[in-house]
Design a protein around this ligand. Structure first.
Ligand SMILES: C[S@@+](CC[C@H](N)C(=O)[O-])C[C@H]1O[C@@H](n2cnc3c(N)ncnc32)[C@H](O)[C@@H]1O
Length: 447
């Protein structure tokens, strides 16, 4: 039986006629809830100042109030955006919407000239001194930084001097996920802003990565090809991704507990297709001592790192792991394993390639084999709160820009599995608690 963990009602579209006072009341009510929790638990109070917390303080995952507080926070974010937009009015909104590139380009300057590293952790520095150290005129620096300050990136504690805020301080460490995120977006992904229209115009139906906005921005190089040739960019991309995985989104834990691995037979082998360093399999292995794993990837470096990590940090697991170079666009070489895990891989690929990846698994499957796909399942429009909706739609848009791909709704997944092979039976599609990724269990039925 196919079931969804969450009933996703296609709710009414968010009101197009909200009332200012009702939005304000919603904000007040939910903000009070959050504030009371923070104060009564002695958590650091949110602040723009450099000594403020780097994240909005929420309790740890096991706290019973967590869901309520998450919801309150989403309500505040959603209602305050509505209140802001409604009060700005359509004409003024147009001006700001299209100026979003000012936000990105000022961050680009800040990252490029290493301003966060030049501004002292405490205290401040004059524009003149920043100019000496960067070679950029202090007038121009002031123009850029004062705009960025309207986004809480740096502050001017006294006229002509720049100091850190909680946000800019996060960028002081060049290795931080936030710095990586800015580097990747301002130097790479941002270029697709200029190539989206040409890609849609020249290649309206294309499923080829080289014809995606990314390909057009990088002389026909596909995303993965580019990353292969630019290891520094690849590293930065990897670091920036941990911004998502360290949040509640892409953690491995929900897959470990959210799928019943115990139903696999004693001693079963799980093939982790596109498994990178095998970090996902590693967590499953710790919780399920009878399972064995074969981690496959095309990236030799990832496999090497995975092997090293296992030998150094988990020698007791080495016997249960194998690492193999495998291109998933060729036939699966490990035949007859009990399960094939494809986690966070398929969403990168347009339908045509997604089908090829799965088709290459089919010759290896035997009756009863499980194919476990863990990936995004896009909710229909208007199910999520608008704030969350925006986050999800942004991800979907990035799939288009980088890969000519898209996030899929439940109906898309069903269609795709059926197109690959009618013997692939989708048994369940569930979203583990606290996870952005869903888990789809498919059984190969060949009777
Ligand atoms: C987004 S990562 C997902 C990694 C991991 N499964 C996870 O859950 O985070 C996609 C992985 O697919 C691998 N990959 C890309 N193209 C591949 C190919 N043709 N064959 C095998 N692996 C490939 C990449 O090297 C990368 O490790």
């Amino acid at each position: 039986m196919v079931h969804t963990a969450e009933t996703l009602p296609t709710g009414p579209a968010p009101s197009l006629r909200p009332k200012l006072s009702e939005l304000a009341a919603q904000i007040a009510e939910n903000a009070k809830l959050l504030e009371d929790y923070i104060e009564s638990h002695g958590l650091p109070y949110p602040s723009f100042a450099a000594d403020g917390p780097s994240k909005f303080p929420l309790p740890p995952a096991s706290t019973p109030e967590l869901e309520k507080l998450h919801a309150a926070r989403s309500q505040v974010l959603t209602a305050s955006k509505s209140l802001h937009d409604l009060t700005a009015g359509p004409s003024e909104m147009v001006q700001w919407l299209v100026w979003g590139f000012n936000d990105t380009s000022t961050l680009h300057v800040i990252h490029h000239f290493k301003i966060p590293q030049l501004v002292p952790e405490t205290g401040d520095i004059s524009y003149a001194d920043l100019s000496k150290q960067t070679g950029v005129s202090s007038l121009k620096l002031r123009q850029v930084l004062r705009y960025a300050m309207t986004n809480r990136v740096f502050c001017e504690p006294r006229q002509g001097y720049v100091g850190h805020t909680a946000l800019s301080l996060l960028l002081r460490n060049e290795e931080s996920p936030e710095s990586g995120w800015i580097g990747y977006n301002t130097q790479e992904l941002c270029r697709t802003a200029g190539t989206l229209v040409p890609s849609l115009e020249k290649f309206p139906d294309s499923e080829e990565m080289k014809e995606a906005p990314w390909g057009l921005a990088f002389d026909g190089q596909e995303f993965f090809e580019y990353m292969d040739k630019n290891p520094e960019s690849a590293k930065r991309f990897g670091v920036s991704m941990s911004l998502w995985s360290s949040g509640d989104g892409l953690k491995v834990a929900p897959l470990v507990t959210g799928y019943d691995w115990g139903k696999l037979p004693e001693g079963a082998t799980v093939v982790d297709v596109g498994g990178a360093t095998g970090f996902v399999s590693l967590e499953i292995a710790k919780a399920h001592p009878s399972l064995k794993f074969i981690v496959e990837d095309i990236a030799a470096l990832s496999l090497e790192r995975g092997k090293e990590n296992l030998a150094q940090n988990h020698p007791e697991l080495v016997e249960r792991f194998e690492f193999r170079h495998h291109d998933f666009f060729t036939e699966q070489p490990v035949k007859g394993a009990e399960a094939y895990l494809v986690r966070f891989v398929l969403h990168d690929w347009p339908d045509k390639y997604l089908r090829q990846i799965l088709q290459n698994l089919v010759p290896a499957l035997k009756n009863g084999t499980k194919v476990i796909v863990s990936d995004f399942v896009l909710p229909p429009m208007n199910v999520l709160l608008p704030w969350e909706e925006r986050r999800v739609r942004a991800l979907d848009l990035v799939m288009l820009k980088a890969y000519n791909s898209n996030e899929r709704e439940e109906a898309d997944w069903r269609r795709l599995f059926a197109e690959v092979d009618t013997r692939l039976r989708l048994d369940s599609i569930t979203r583990p608690a606290n996870s952005l990724l869903w888990v789809m269990e498919i059984t190969f039925v060949d009777e």
